[in-house]
Design a protein around this ligand. Structure first.
Ligand SMILES: [Zn+2]
Ligand SMILES: [Zn+2]
Length: 182
């Protein structure tokens, strides 16, 4: 394991949220879209289920996206600001089937606050481990998705198998076309 399990999970959830706003059609445009995101990523806790909650989560996307594009010092500023502004207070908790882990927001904090703080706490872990380089944007043509490279040798270049396969096919065709074509 490259990072702590809950850090890896939080990063994956943050990437999924960021990716709803990339690659064409917005996949977080309705309250139903948000229900689905919450269900898939198993966000627990109270929900408002209204347009204001959707707007707050959508507003969070560009902030989280900067974790994948900004330099380390800027990421640190954003992380600290999120933790300050959303009143993060780390506490060890145990609930449902999970053993002790850290929650840094009150159980009844708004969904967007919980999402923001969980992502910021994960980034704090990433920065301390000097692993920010693992947060990458897909190298696929026409794909802007972000992902976290958790491979041992930091060799992952694509958001997923589909983009990797497309690139392999393109490289194969280029090779067959001959060295002159590059
Ligand atoms: Zn928990
Ligand atoms: Zn991709």
């Amino acid at each position: 394991m490259v990072l702590a399990h809950d850090t890896e999970r939080a990063l994956a959830a943050a990437a999924a949220l960021v990716n709803t706003g990339r690659n064409g059609e917005d996949q977080l445009s309705t309250i139903d879209d948000l229900h689905e995101l919450v269900r898939v990523w198993k966000w627990t806790g109270p929900r408002a289920g209204d347009a204001a909650e959707l707007a707050a989560v959508r507003e969070l996307r560009p902030t989280l996206a900067r974790f994948w594009s900004a330099d380390k010092d800027t990421v640190v500023e954003i992380v600290n600001q999120v933790l300050r502004d959303r009143h993060a207070l780390p506490q060890l908790v145990k609930h449902d089937q999970w053993d002790y882990h850290v929650h840094a927001t009150a159980a009844d904090a708004p969904l967007a606050d919980r999402m923001a703080v969980e992502a910021a706490m994960a980034l704090a872990d990433v920065i301390r481990s000097d692993e920010l380089g693992r947060l990458r944007v897909c190298g696929g043509e026409n794909c802007e998705d972000v992902y976290v490279d958790l491979s041992k040798n930091r060799s992952r270049r694509f958001c997923g198998a589909a983009c990797g396969n497309r690139a392999n096919v393109a490289a194969y065709r280029a090779r067959r076309a001959g060295p002159a074509s590059g």
